[in-house]
Ligand binder design. Structure first.
Ligand code: SF4
Length: 232
């Protein structure tokens, strides 16, 4: 398996998988060093009796779905509470994980009908973008009723108040939480389109959180010096 990292911290295991079909223009994952690990070694590492929870993310775990689906099932049978982060690009693979994952985190970039926005942020062409958005919607349908947190990175000039409101409406009934993250506030973001420092500002982030709160009951806002929760 090609990994970005495999780690243990008190009670928690973390597996980050390398590779993602979206190839976002600001994504720092692609430049991180890769680690090779066999399926057996990865499973043994995360099966440690001391670990109660396992986070599986990356880039896109389903880019290595054969191993990841088996791993999720084996870890669940071994009593682990699993969180899975995904782009929602592979609904068939996600369907196989239902019943084994406690919390899904879906990375979304903006309104689900904004093909132009997704094209500007990723390296997908128009046809590929439409196919991805169709898969993403199918994934949301499959996960309806599960615990679903949306990961939404706010990039100034790309995610607008109107877009946030529209996305909130589209996610109603599909997600119980949204994690709003300020662009360039994590080590995974690369400078993009002239933006090289954490932005937008704290007031804009909070306002966007309030707009989303009209549709989703729990909003976690994170950024540089920013960590707050809004609840309906
Ligand atoms: S930012 Fe997320 S969705 Fe985009 S390429 Fe990186 S891991 Fe994939």
């Amino acid at each position: 398996m090609r990994l970005i990292s495999l780690q243990k911290k008190i009670g928690n295991g973390t597996l980050e998988i390398s590779g993602c079909p979206l190839k976002c223009r600001y994504c720092g994952h692609a430049s991180l060093p890769r680690v090779d690990s066999s399926y057996e070694k990865t499973l043994a590492f995360l099966s440690d009796i001391q670990l109660k929870k396992v986070y599986i993310g990356g880039a896109e775990p389903m880019s290595q779905k054969k191993e990841i689906i088996d791993l999720i099932k084996m870890l669940k049978w071994r009593g682990k509470e699993i969180t899975l982060k995904t782009t929602g690009a592979d609904p068939k693979a996600l369907k196989e994980t239902v019943g084994f994952v406690s919390r899904y985190i879906i990375e979304i970039k903006g309104p689900l009908d904004d093909v132009a926005l997704y094209q500007r942020l990723t390296q997908l062409n128009e046809e590929e973008t439409k196919a991805y958005l169709s898969s993403l919607k199918e994934s949301l349908e499959i996960l309806k009723g599960q615990k679903v947190r949306i990961f939404l990175r706010i990039i100034p000039g790309y995610v607008t108040e109107e877009g946030i409101d529209r996305l909130g409406q589209q996610l109603q009934g599909y997600a119980d939480q949204v994690n709003l993250v300020q662009f360039m506030s994590t080590r995974y973001d690369l400078p993009f389109d002239g933006i090289s420092f954490p932005s937008p500002d704290i007031y804009t982030m909070t306002h966007y959180g309030e707009v989303l709160l009209k549709h989703i009951p729990y909003i976690h806002i994170q950024g540089n010096g920013l960590d707050s929760v809004l609840k309906a």
